[in-house]
Every structure is written in C-alpha cells, then in structure tokens.
Design a protein. Structure first.
Length: 606
C-alpha cells in the first residue's frame, strides 16, 4: 500500500505535503517524492529509502509553491530507486502523476507508447499513465484523464498535476481509495484520511471511476462519462489513531477488511484468459518438465499457505511436494538436487529460519522461487525466481492479508507450472475462472462478521479449543488455530479430523469448543462422522461449510455458511471467518490484538 497526498491553497505546499506523507508512513514505504508547481514550473524531487531521505533533500526549498502532490511508495513494479520513485513524468516534463495500485496492462501500453515515440525512464507501471495523459492532452487536463481511464485495466488511485494548469489538481480512484479534504480556502487530497485530519474533517470520498478537479474556486466531481456529480460531505468524527486504522478499532480488523483489495492486487495482470503471466518467474518448459519435486520452506502462516500449494500441485500436476517447517529443514539433511525447486515463502522476506533453509537448499544446487511481500528483501535478492504478493504492508502482528495472498499465489503457481509442463486439462480453465471470482467471494464472506462476533462471545470464556478438518480444510484449520492462540491466548490445537480417535479425542469433554471445517465435498460424509464423534463426547461444535450443505448444520451446534465456493478454492475463503473469530474472541478477552505478547512481526533470529 502506497500513500498519496495533495494540496492546493494559500499556504506553502511543501510542509503540508511532507506532514501528510509522515502521517501515512506507518503504512510502510521504500521511496518518496513530491511534485509542486512553483512560478508556473513543475518541480519534482524524489528519493529512494524512508521519508527522511526526501526531507533532507528538500531542506527548505520551493517555498513559493502553493500546489503539489506527494507519494510514499511500497514497490510493486521496479526495485526501490530514485528513478522508480513517484511522481512520474511525461516526455516533456510538464505532467506529473502519483499512483496507488497496479496497471494490469502496462506492458502492452508501454510498447504502444514507445512505438509512438515516447521515452520511458523507469521500470514502473505508473509511468504509462503520465505518457497517456501527454498523448491525450489537448488543453484540458480533466478531458485527458477521461480519455486515459478507459485504456487502463487494474486498480488505481491517481493524482495529477501539470505546469499547463498551475492552479489545478486532478484525482481519480478505481478500486483504490482517494479522499478530498475540504477547508476554507484550501483543499487536500489523500489516499487515507490521516494525511489531512489535523486540517479538516469535512471530506468527499470518491467512488470508483469518479474524477475530482480541484481548483481555487472549489472542487468539481465528474462521473466516468464526464457528467458532473453532486457529492455529499462526509464528516470524520474519528480521532487520529482511529483514522490511521480507517475507522476500525484495530489494525488487524482493518487488514482483514483489506483482503478483497489485496487479492485483486495479487491477481492483477497475472491472469490472461486461462493463462498465467508471472513477470519475475522464468522457468523454461524444459526446466519445469525436469523437476522431480518441490520443497516448501516456510514458517507459521506462510507454511500454512504453502500446505495449500502442496495439495494443489500434487493433486493437479502429480509432482511430489515436501512442506517443511523452515526451522527444521536444514537439520534433517534433506535429499535435494538440481531437479528440485525450492519454494520459499516469507511475508517480510527477512525470516531468519526461512533464510537459513533457503541457503541450505542452494548448497545442493536447488533453484529458489520466492513468494514474498517485500521488494528487495533478502529472500528476494537471493532467489532466482520471484512471485510478489503485492498485499501491501501489514501493521498488526497477527498476519491476515499475507495468508490469503500467499495462498492465491499457490493457485497461480499451480497454473503456471501446468502450462510450462504441458499439462492439458479442463481444471486449468476452471481454476482461472475461480481465481477471477475470488475477491468477490471474499467480500461476500466478510458479511458474516456480525454472526462471527456473536459466536466469539461463546468461545471467549474457554481456555482450550480444537480445530478439525480434512484435506485442504486441515491446512486452513492450522491457520485458524494459530490465529486464535496468538491473539486471544486460548490454547488452540488443529488436527486432521481422522486423527481424533488416535489420541486427541481424550481431551474432549462437556462444552469443549470444536471448530469443524467442512468445505471439501468428497470428504463431507467423513467430516460429518467426525463431528458426531466429538458431539457424542459433549463438544460444542461450530461448523463452517458452503451454502447448501444442510447435513452439516444438522450435526453442529452453530454453523457459518460460506458462499458456494468450489471445494478446491475454499482455503482462501474459509480463513476469513476464522480470522474474525480470533479477532473478536481476543477483543472479548481484553487482549492487545495488534501487539500480542512475546511476538514480533518479522522473526529475524533463530
């Protein structure tokens, strides 16, 4: 997640832009920049690194500027560098753009623009927007934006300024937030309310496709067809801390609700009909065909996402996969060779045990494919192939967005390997269709929140809870148990449901909470039998299953019905109620949800 700020008013713009960027820096950034209009000239300064690097470069410059835009970047396309930092310019240097999100078809657009004579300076997808605006500009900045938007595919929030129009800012949002702050004699623009909350609480919140033209005389909002729209003022009554969290009580809850957007970013531009394009994964068909096995090296939540990958790759590609707890990997003397692919999964890219496993695998000639959220992390630098999750930063220690985006990457990887290995099967088209619908399934699942909140009240008084599932549900049950224990401090364990009678069922007594995952159609009858087994011992059973599975509801004390998602896609959907259950249980127990005791966001020691 990157941050956008903008200002037009009577005061010096630079300090206001910098303060706004500081208010957004909690979201994380690897570069920052501003563009201002000073004496009718467009001036851009941008630097790689934290915001402090930009601030030291400004050093009291551009005092005359009264209009400008700024940006903190969380890199997706192109490594962190001065050149790849925003804002980006057109060929003439008269139009500047900052951008949150992803332009899916940027490569296609870039080729067309280069053939038309445009010169590109960066590796980013954003720069195509500046050149498209130059291409369409005919004296009206809003009209240039209106002509550009239909050409773009993806998610984006854009802020645009130009020396051609020294008294105008233009903003637009599409599946990415952009808010206008309204004050007497000045107007603010930001991707998040904290950027301007100290100046005003009156806002316009742009809906998808709406365009705002900000001038000294006021703000005009246009629909995508160019017609003027009337907007109602939204008055913000949150304090600053709550505003940082988007009005949510905790970052964890905010990040749970960000998952549809995070998934769209992860999938954006990577599914083209039934084919997958992974820009930094470059296995040749011969290399893919030569693979004898895959070893997954990961910890905690990342390992649970990897387990989903194991099920998919073994089932659909018939390629053996070993999933390893990274902290044990190098001590078991694994059997590796040049025909092994090392699949390393780490949200931060700095996880110590995972890095140790990565280096151990490389000693045996294993090529590494890394799934990570952080561009230029150690894992990314050491790997030959890279698959970025593009989830944006996670502030809460309990990981949520990381799991769903890493799991989505497992589906993309399964499709990619199938193509490279020449697998021709109907499941490929079905999986591609399912992935396209996945963000919508996730949005629908979030509607269960009120029901989950009520059920958390039943779980909160207990000190022990058990999660059971079969197949893909077992992988998700492990993640559900982890979330509950790390946020609420309830002792939670997950078991493959068939293992209950091999010992764990001795722990079930009257009232023991058991969360039963029952989304795998071919295993439904067996799961129902397992639910009956624990209820016969007095367990209180909460079941999760798709709409229409009434037989499960008959055997459970409570049920959460998921959208009718296919069984093989269920892991990315089922985890949301489990995240919400952990969150609301922790809140009910008075726990510090965002900062659980004894835990760190990135485990950088063994």
């Amino acid at each position: 997640m990157s941050g956008i700020v903008g200002y037009l008013g009577s005061r010096p713009a630079v300090p206001i832009l910098v303060q706004g960027l500081e208010r957004l820096e909690y979201q994380g950034c690897d570069s920052a920049g501003i563009a201002v209009i000073e004496d009718n000239r467009l001036v851009v300064i941008k630097r790689a690194g934290k915001l402090a690097a930009l601030k030291s470069s400004l050093n009291g410059r551009m005092d005359n500027a009264r209009l400008g835009i700024g940006h903190t970047r969380w890199a997706t396309h192109g490594r962190p560098s001065d050149v790849n930092a925003h804002p980006h310019l057109d060929c003439s240097g008269n139009i500047a753009v900052v951008h949150n999100g992803i332009i899916e078809n940027y490569q296609e657009l870039r080729h067309k623009l280069i053939n038309a004579g445009h010169r590109f300076a960066s590796e980013t997808d954003t720069e195509v927007v500046a050149h498209l605006l130059e291409h369409y500009y005919e004296g009206d900045l809003v009209q240039a934006v209106l002509k550009t938007l239909p050409v773009l595919r993806g998610s984006y929030a854009l802020a645009v300024t130009s020396s051609y129009h020294p008294n105008e800012l233009v903003g637009v949002g599409q599946h990415s937030s952009l808010i206008i702050g309204l004050a007497e004699g000045e107007t603010y623009l930001a991707s998040s309310i904290p950027a301007f909350l100290s100046y005003t609480r009156d806002t316009y919140i742009l809906d998808d496709g709406e365009i705002a033209s900000i001038k000294p005389e006021g703000v005009t909002v246009y629909a995508a067809d160019g017609t003027v729209k009337e907007k109602e003022i939204f008055h913000v009554n949150w304090d600053f801390e709550a505003a940082e969290k988007g009005g949510y009580e905790h970052f964890m809850l905010k990040e749970i609700h960000e998952q549809p957007r995070a998934l769209r970013a992860t999938l954006s531009g990577r599914l083209q009909k039934d084919q997958v394009r992974l820009e930094s994964v470059d296995l040749t068909p011969a290399e893919a065909a030569a693979l004898e096995k895959i070893v997954i090296i990961a910890c905690g939540t990342a390992r649970h996402a990897g387990m989903v990958g194991k099920y998919l790759i073994e089932k659909y590609l018939r390629l053996p996969v070993e999933d390893d707890v990274a902290s044990e990997f190098r001590y078991r003397n694994p059997i590796l060779n040049e025909r092994t692919l090392g699949l390393v999964i780490s949200q931060s890219g700095e996880t110590a045990d995972t890095l140790a496993g990565l280096r151990e695998a490389q000693k045996s000639g294993v090529e590494i494919l890394a799934v990570t959220n952080v561009l230029d992390s150690t894992v990314a630098r050491l790997a030959k192939h890279l698959l970025y999750t593009w989830a944006g930063p996670e502030i809460a220690i309990a990981s949520t967005k990381a799991y769903v985006t890493q799991a989505a990457c497992m589906y993309l990887l399964a499709l990619y390997l199938a193509e490279k290995r020449g697998v021709a099967a109907p499941w490929k088209a079905e999986m591609a269709r399912g992935l396209r619908a996945l963000p919508d399934y996730v949005e629908e699942t979030l509607k269960l929140e009120p029901r989950v909140s009520d059920l958390a009240g039943k779980l909160a008084p207990h000190e022990h809870a058990f999660f059971i599932g079969r197949g893909l549900d077992y992988a998700v049950s492990l993640e559900g148990a982890l979330k509950l224990k790390e946020t609420s401090y309830i002792h939670a364990e997950a078991f493959a449901a068939g293992e209950l009678k091999h010992g764990p069922i001795a722990l079930i007594n009257e009232g023991t909470p058991v969360i039963a995952l029952a989304t795998q159609t071919e295993l439904l009858e067996k799961m129902i039998s397992n639910i009956k087994e624990v209820r016969a011992r007095g367990a209180w059973v909460l079941a999760l299953t798709q709409e229409g599975n009434g037989a499960v509801a008959q055997e459970a004390d409570a049920v959460l019905y998921l959208p009718p998602v296919p069984s093989w896609l269920a892991p990315v959907v089922t985890v949301l109620p489990l995240q919400l259950l952990a969150y609301y249980t922790a809140v009910a127990r008075g726990c510090d949800v965002d900062k659980p005791r004894n835990l760190a966001k990135s485990v950088t020691v063994e």
